[in-house]
Design a protein around this ligand. Structure first.
Ligand code: S3P
Length: 180
């Protein structure tokens, strides 16, 4: 990212805070917040868990790819991607010009705690040993997440803290981004 950011793409594991930090960040920037999972649910008229159970993960992944691409065509948006979206070769590098990617880092333990206490269902963590599953998934994805332009640790931080930290990083990363 060399030019001013026109959109922010939040990436990170389930429970990393993309859907809670995103609206706060969008509000601070005066931009629009878009949540890919919610858009997929709205298009299908079913929850993510229902899509996984009734149509299969492949259908969800195709919808997710399509909706993410559509979101990334817009300007002045903060986009919360699904936790699995970056884990396909070429995606993190292939975001359109003007996209600043931000990785919200979280430990597997904290991710599971947040994901299972939040209202949203996570079919991939709906297993007998969710922490082990989170460790496995996270270790397979970390290489993709770490390709983000900016990374922020969310463990032990509130939504406001993380949002403020991202704004700070954006300013440092690109002094013009907030004035756009
Ligand atoms: C997934 C993460 C979820 C959702 C789906 C699959 C994943 O999104 O897209 O349950 O593969 O990590 P969040 O990261 O918003 O929970």
């Amino acid at each position: 990212m060399t030019e001013a950011a026109r959109r922010i793409l939040l990436v990170g594991f389930m429970g990393s805070g993309k859907s809670t930090v995103g609206p706060e960040l969008a509000r601070a920037l005066g931009w629009t917040f878009l949540d890919v999972d919610q858009l997929v649910e709205a298009e299908r008229g079913r929850s993510v868990a229902e899509i996984f159970a009734e149509l299969g993960e492949d259908v969800f992944r195709a919808d997710e790819a399509e909706l993410t691409e559509r979101c990334l065509r817009r300007d002045r948006v903060v986009v919360a991607s699904g936790g699995g979206w970056p884990a396909t070769e070429g995606r993190m590098e292939g975001t359109p010009e003007g996209t600043l990617t931000v990785w919200l880092r979280v430990t597997p333990e904290e991710a599971v705690r947040r994901a299972l206490s939040a209202s949203g269902e996570r079919p991939l963590l709906d297993v007998p040993e969710p922490i082990e599953e989170a460790e496995k998934l996270l270790s397979a994805r970390v290489d993709f997440y770490q390709r983000a332009d900016v990374e922020v640790d969310t463990n032990g931080h509130t939504v406001d803290d993380v949002s403020a930290l991202i704004l700070e990083r954006i300013t440092l990363h690109n002094p013009r981004s907030q004035a756009e």
